[in-house]
Design a protein around this ligand. Structure first.
Ligand SMILES: *Cc1c(COP(=O)(O)O)cnc(C)c1O
Length: 374
């Protein structure tokens, strides 16, 4: 695919910010704690090749992804030895592929292991499949739900050591990003019970996503940080818990592609929903909802020469119109996410306007936008 060669719209990625964010997230923990950079969904829309490289340079010791294919992509990018953990459930029919690539899979029940075991035995793999048992302490998504089931599964793994390596166990918190700690504490109790039940513990015993790393570091027993949001420098709670230590990795900029003056009464874009009230300068930007710039950003704003400019009329698939306070030529830089002069637009602000969370804003940015390393 030819991407971004003849188009000024680009995501700019700041490796220093990413390194700063990893350092900030690690600071309260043992300095040798493992950091798995969570690079699922094209590194949260940032661009997996660029982010994996930056994360590795900044001291990440492994990666976490959502899908086996995302893990294989990392192996093919040249990360041949780092632990790579698939966080979702992979159908057991692909256990052999995961073993071949030495990619660790999350398993949520004994059944999965019993189906995969003969497949692995028959394939005669030379390294056992690495397994992290998912422990559902209250997230209600995947994993064993009692210490007894965890013990049964871990014994099964250890009794089938030709096919499996019991490499890890982990849980995921549902509310580590909230002020109220009651539910978090009930999950923590369940997690402690799981840890107490397994002897010996596997190498990786982990529970910390970004929110738990940033705000619950004192309480969470973990020897791996699974860092997504915090590494990318956006607040995992939206703005529920204040967070000023992180630096955004991503900026999104484009350039004015077309500019014109309209008269009072003139309309802009599909549905003719915007009517100029005066003589106005309207600029057209080469970005639209096919790039992940949501249609509901209509009425929000961008930055041009350090000033806000409103998005007027409907956002279209590939183009968006803004109203300028004064004429600006074609080629003028427009900031959609990031800093311009003394003003900035954060992912949280875009998310709040669109009634969603920053995670959804970033993962929507499509591969049609070029990624540039600062
Ligand atoms: C996506 C994911 C993470 C990363 O979450 P952040 O909030 O972005 O840090 C960690 N653990 C699991 C199980 C996940 O699915």
């Amino acid at each position: 695919m030819v991407v971004g060669v003849h188009r000024p719209t680009k995501l700019i990625l700041d490796g220093q910010a990413l390194a700063h964010n990893i350092a900030v997230s690690k600071a309260p923990f043992d300095e040798n704690i493992d950091v798995f950079a969570v690079v699922k969904a094209n590194a949260y829309g940032h661009g997996v090749a660029e982010i994996a490289k930056m994360a590795k340079a900044a001291g990440a010791t492994g990666f976490a992804v959502a899908l086996l294919d995302e893990g294989i992509e990392l192996r093919e990018l040249g990360y041949t030895d780092e632990p790579i953990l698939v966080l979702g459930i992979t159908p057991s029919e692909w256990a052999v592929d995961a073993a071949k690539y030495r990619i660790s899979l999350t398993v949520g029940d004994l059944d999965w292991l019993q189906v995969a075991q003969p497949l692995l035995a028959r394939a005669g793999i030379n390294t056992p499949l690495r397994v992290h048992m998912g422990v559902d302490t209250g997230m209600g998504r995947i994993g064993v739900r009692t210490p007894a089931d965890l013990v049964t599964a871990s014994q099964y793994l250890r009794n089938h050591a030709t096919e499996f390596e019991f490499e890890g166990m982990f849980t995921h918190f549902a509310t580590a990003d909230e002020e109220n700690k009651d539910y978090f504490e009930s999950q923590l109790g369940n997690w402690q019970a799981a840890i107490n039940a397994v002897k010996p513990l596997p190498r990786f015993v982990h529970a910390a996503n970004s929110a738990a790393s940033l705000w619950r570091s004192k309480e969470v027993p973990t020897n791996v940080l699974r860092l997504g949001a915090a590494m990318y420098g956006f607040n995992p709670s939206g703005d529920v818990l204040p967070e000023s230590r992180l630096q955004p990795v991503m900026s999104l900029t484009t350039e004015i592609a077309f500019v014109k003056q309209v008269a009072a009464g003139d309309k802009v874009s599909y549905g003719a929903t915007y009517t100029a009230t005066d003589e106005e300068w309207i600029a057209t930007l080469p970005i639209g909802y096919a790039d992940g710039f949501l249609r509901r950003m209509q009425g929000f704003h961008v930055l041009v020469n350090g000033e806000y400019a409103d998005i007027v009329g409907r956002v279209t698939m590939d183009q968006t119109m803004i109203r300028l306070s004064a004429y600006q030529p074609v080629g003028t830089t427009v900031t959609i996410v990031g800093q311009d002069g003394d003003k900035s637009l954060t992912l949280s602000e875009l998310a709040n306007y669109a009634a969603t969370i920053p995670y959804e804003i970033v993962t929507d940015f499509s591969t049609r936008i070029k990624r540039e390393v600062k």
